[in-house]
Design a protein around this ligand. Structure first.
Ligand SMILES: N[C@@H](CCC(=O)N[C@@H](CS)C(=O)NCC(=O)O)C(=O)O
Length: 275
């Protein structure tokens, strides 16, 4: 399917938006949260790992086109000007929904309830956001993928220890300092559990997709989805108060709380035994 967009795509919210991903935060949560916070309707399609495997198998054996352009999720499908679109790449999708969010009136607010966006009309602000997204990408997934792929258990454990004791602390230290240099400080220093202090990537203090992405990154580390992060994750991350300050800023937002409650309610409903 060719992606031909009219000039109205610059400002038009598409119809029938569907976001496909696994039932985890990782590469989709910032996108989901951005759409939800902007009040843009979308279907949050969560596939189980075995459902995805079936789609992949069908694609190989039957030539179906269900796993997106690159055979990976997240995938965004929508209708615009009567045409169906299917696109991939998490950060591209996040920037796109951040642009859509910017068309919402409430994105102009300065207060805490402004819609988080991708600030395309401010070259420096969008550079700060891009730098944050790319740095977050470099902080984690490379090491994670290599560990997942390692078959030798002893080697795997060695790699995990290296990530936890060396690679991740070093990357987080840099990320923490980058937040401070991006927003102009001051640097947060307290890491106490009951600490309420928050921060953002942008100096304006307004939320952006970089904050949502940082939130999703921390959420993944704390979620227990990555077994080897479950135990040491919280203690490790607590050493980086600005990273945690951004996470806290998003977590404390009433819209994030509403979204998390909605997701939990939907999960509980699915888990209910059929009567
Ligand atoms: N660069 C891509 C990477 C996407 C990716 O690695 N997706 C993984 C899940 S996080 C996936 O779909 N894995 C299943 C597969 O490759 O079959 C992005 O940022 O969207």
């Amino acid at each position: 399917m060719g992606a031909s967009f009219s000039s109205s795509s610059q400002r038009q919210i598409p119809q029938n938006i569907r976001l496909y991903y696994f039932d985890i935060s990782a590469r989709a949560e910032a996108i989901r949260l951005c759409l939800y916070m902007a009040g843009i309707d979308f279907e949050d399609v969560r596939l189980q790992f075995d459902e995805w495997a079936v789609l992949k198998k069908n694609e190989t054996e039957l030539g179906t086109q269900q796993t997106g352009p690159m055979g990976q999720m997240p995938i965004l499908k929508f209708t615009l000007d009567g045409k169906e679109h299917m696109l991939c790449q998490s950060r591209s999708i996040l920037r796109y929904v951040g642009r859509l969010a910017a068309t919402r009136k409430s994105s102009n607010k300065k207060g805490g309830d402004a819609v988080p966006t991708y600030p395309v009309h401010d070259a420096i602000a969008s550079l700060i956001v891009d730098q944050a997204l790319d740095s977050l990408e470099d902080t984690f997934p490379g090491s994670f993928r290599a560990i997942m792929a390692e078959k030798d258990e002893a080697k795997k454990q060695e790699m995990i220890q290296e990530v936890l004791n060396k690679k991740l602390p070093e990357a987080l230290r840099r990320l923490d300092a980058l937040i401070v240099s991006s927003n102009g400080g001051p640097s947060l220093t307290t890491t106490a559990e009951n600490c309420e202090t928050t921060t953002t990537w942008l100096p304006s203090g307004v939320l952006s997709i970089a904050d949502l992405s940082t939130y999703a990154f921390v959420d993944l580390c704390l979620s227990g989805f990555i077994a080897w992060m479950k135990e040491p994750g919280a203690a490790l991350l607590n050493g980086y108060p600005n990273v945690m300050g951004v996470h806290r800023r998003v977590l404390q937002d009433a819209r994030t709380k509403a979204w998390n409650s909605k997701v939990t309610a939907a999960k509980n409903k699915t888990d209910e035994p059929a009567s």
